[in-house]
Ligand binder design. Structure first.
Ligand code: ADP
Length: 263
């Protein structure tokens, strides 16, 4: 069995602020195609609300509107993924989950059995939150959801693609002297309480939800890599060549089969 990696893409990684950017999706699909020779990949993708907004302009700050936009956008998003991955001969499947599903052992096992079956047949699972039945706490927070996905579906590593190179000692959009932290093994409680600071129009969590995801995994001896979705070479170097050229690694790098192969 290949090691499992969960790859979470944010709205900013697949949209141009207004609509889904097919070139960005294409670049991600190309990398996933290469990674699949060494790993089983599970994709967690945001972007449903942004996609829905291209069809219906309603106030996204209202929860019920956001849920409605997600339900309009989710099939559009999947349609774009299906077409893009078809170029690489990859069949895709949609799995919608809520945090509640992970509170039940039976439901978690049921979803994991489904994921295991898809991966055994080389189908790429594309996971998103089922926004219309989700409780408010998690709506739009795919960072924490993807940490649950990584842990409960037995992945060795969660990769979060963002619009930022990694985790910095200060907010880099406000302070040009901020320095990237290449390795983090412990997150202080106060770092989890900072105000949410999403950067882009469709971003929701900001750095705090990424730190919460990392904290959840670190407590369970799992790892997370935060890197820039516009610099996919960084992720490629880490997972194919075993070299960390940028990004923040929370925890330790799990043993990578491709690096052992090439030794
Ligand atoms: P995404 O949409 O990719 O999930 P977000 O916009 O939600 O990303 O969160 C990333 C943003 O968090 C960064 O662009 C940056 O503006 C902000 N941020 C605040 N503090 C930090 C920090 N210490 N390190 C990195 N990013 C930070």
């Amino acid at each position: 069995m290949k090691p499992r990696i969960v790859l979470k893409v944010g709205s900013s990684n697949i949209s141009n602020g207004e609509m889904i950017d097919e070139n960005k999706l294409e670049a991600i699909a190309k990398l996933i195609c290469e990674l699949r020779t060494h790993y089983d990949i599970l994709l967690v993708s945001s972007g449903a609300v942004a996609s829905g907004y291209t069809r219906l302009k309603i106030d996204k700050s209202l929860l019920s509107n956001k849920q409605a936009l997600a339900s309009i956008g989710q099939p559009l998003l999947m349609q774009t993924y299906r077409t893009t991955f078809q170029h690489y001969g990859i069949e895709v499947a949609q799995i919608l989950v809520t945090k509640n599903n992970f509170d039940s052992r039976t439901q978690t096992k049921c979803a994991k059995d489904c994921i295991d079956t898809l991966l055994a047949h080389q189908i790429l699972p594309i996971i998103n939150e089922n926004d219309s039945t989700a409780l408010t706490e998690f709506v739009g927070d795919n960072d924490r959801l993807s940490a649950y996905v990584a842990h409960y579906f037995d992945a060795q590593l969660l990769v979060i693609l963002s619009d930022i190179d990694g985790y910095f000692d200060k907010n880099p959009t406000l302070d040009s002297h901020a320095k990237i932290l290449p390795r983090v093994t412990h997150i202080q409680p106060q770092e989890l309480e900072a105000p949410h600071t999403p950067n882009a129009k469709f971003a929701t969590g900001g750095i705090v939800t990424k730190l919460m995801a990392a904290h959840f995994l670190l407590e369970r001896q799992k790892s997370m890599f935060l890197t820039n979705g516009n610099k996919l070479d960084v992720l490629r170097a880490l997972l194919i060549e075993g070299k960390q050229t940028s990004g923040t690694l929370f925890g330790t790098l799990p043993t990578l089969p491709c690096i052992i192969d090439s030794k």
